[in-house]
Design a protein around this ligand. Structure first.
Ligand SMILES: [Zn+2]
Length: 405
């Protein structure tokens, strides 16, 4: 089952009844969290056994299903906390500060035509929440193959989870092999015996990250007398950075996948599992800053949703091997890959050719009848799948881009 969280803004303010519900829900979550910490339990059922009765007394009118959902949220918080404790970086006792509530799919109604949510508050009391809708939102509301999952209510918006069975991926007719780098995806698009270089350029992401990094540094210096304020401001910076980077990664993924879908391509990515990051302070920061794994996650998830086949390939030697003669170079310095046999090509594009060759030699279903010969590669053509200018358009209001997929 695949999930996609879609964010809807509320078309008017939050009704008072709903605000009270949010406050009660937060209270219930925090109570359950504390009880769970004391009793060392992390499952929803155990929490329910532990505090259902006392919470029932405290919130006699609260819709029972909401209360159960509060246990689920608390259980999630407790599990995250335990993970942090195990890793040794739990700083404080977990506590929900912002107003939020979650409702199971049986605990609310969505009018998919008119676009409003009917949320029960307590016996005999419901609120109607009007949703701001765009074309993007209509796509999900109008698609009847999508069923509804949980709903998350925040003071100014709701997030509705849409669900569907993973569609069967199509049989690929061509291949799009991509090497993931700090500033771009570089690769080849191959159909039959033709191949061209492709590029999705997100160099802006590195610039954004550098800018936010510098700004955080400056803030820390400026507010060195007030560490609390420095932390607060830095956190704000971090959230903004996250939104901006995330937005671009989703755009890159969409651009790449739309191209692949149009060409009925299989998308080849290097399998990043098990790749250890290099040591060294400077390099370490640079590499960890660029969330390559996150980009792969986004691409894989969106591809699964759209039925686009994705193939993960072992990247061993992909950056050092010659696809013509098979020689393996000692180092991989320089922007161009050069081999004794005379072959030379952009280093990143060369790596993607190797990924493609590995996939074919391992018998993975890349594309039927792929007879591509790297020697026939067109060096002079470069197809741009994405470039920073494409992000210049303003972000559509209420679109989901932050973490919610
Ligand atoms: Zn060679």
């Amino acid at each position: 089952m695949l999930f996609k969280g879609v964010v809807f803004r509320l078309d008017s303010g939050l009704p008072a009844d709903a605000r009270f519900l949010l406050e009660d829900f937060r209270l219930a979550v925090n109570r359950a969290t504390r009880a769970g910490l004391q009793a060392r339990v992390t499952s929803r059922n155990a929490l329910a056994k532990l505090v259902y009765k006392s919470l029932r007394v405290e919130h006699p009118k609260m819709y029972a299903k909401h209360l159960v959902c509060a246990f689920e949220v608390a259980a999630g918080i407790l599990r995250n906390h335990r993970r942090r404790v195990n890793k040794g970086n739990a700083k404080s006792i977990p506590y929900v500060k912002r107003l939020m509530m979650k409702a199971e799919n049986q605990a609310y109604k969505l009018d998919r035509v008119a676009g409003f949510v009917d949320l029960p508050i307590r016996a005999g009391c419901h609120v109607k929440l009007g949703l701001v809708m765009s074309q993007y939102h209509r796509r999900y509301l109008d698609d009847n193959t999508l069923t509804l999952g949980s709903l998350t209510l925040l003071p100014d918006r709701v997030i509705i989870a849409f669900r569907k069975e993973a569609p069967r991926a199509y049989t690929p007719e061509s291949a799009l092999s991509l090497d993931t780098n700090e500033r771009s995806l570089d690769g080849v698009f191959v159909r039959g015996d033709d191949g061209v270089a492709v590029k999705a350029d997100y160099s802006e992401v590195a610039i954004i990250q550098q800018r936010h990094h510098d700004r955080r540094r400056k803030l820390q210096k400026k507010k060195s007398h007030d560490r609390r304020m420095a932390r607060l401001l830095c956190r704000g910076e971090g959230v903004r950075e996250h939104h901006r980077v995330d937005y671009r990664m989703h755009q890159v993924a969409n651009a790449v996948l739309s191209f692949a879908e149009g060409q009925r391509s299989a998308v080849l990515l290097e399998d990043l599992k098990g790749i250890r990051q290099k040591r060294g302070k400077y390099l370490n920061r640079r590499l960890s800053m660029w969330p390559r794994r996150k980009l792969h996650q986004i691409i894989e998830y969106k591809a699964a949703w759209r039925g686009i086949p994705v193939i993960k390939v072992d990247p061993r030697y992909s950056s050092r091997k010659c696809p013509i003669c098979g020689r393996i170079q000692d180092s991989r310095m320089g922007t161009e890959f050069k081999c004794e046999c005379g072959w030379h090509l952009d280093r990143h594009v060369n790596a993607s050719l190797n990924l493609l060759q590995t996939a074919v030699s391992e018998g993975l279903e890349v594309a039927g009848g792929l007879r591509f010969d790297p020697g026939a590669f067109q060096h002079d053509v470069m197809m741009i799948l994405y470039e920073p200018a494409m992000a210049a358009r303003s972000e559509p209001n209420g679109m989901s881009h932050a973490g919610a997929m």
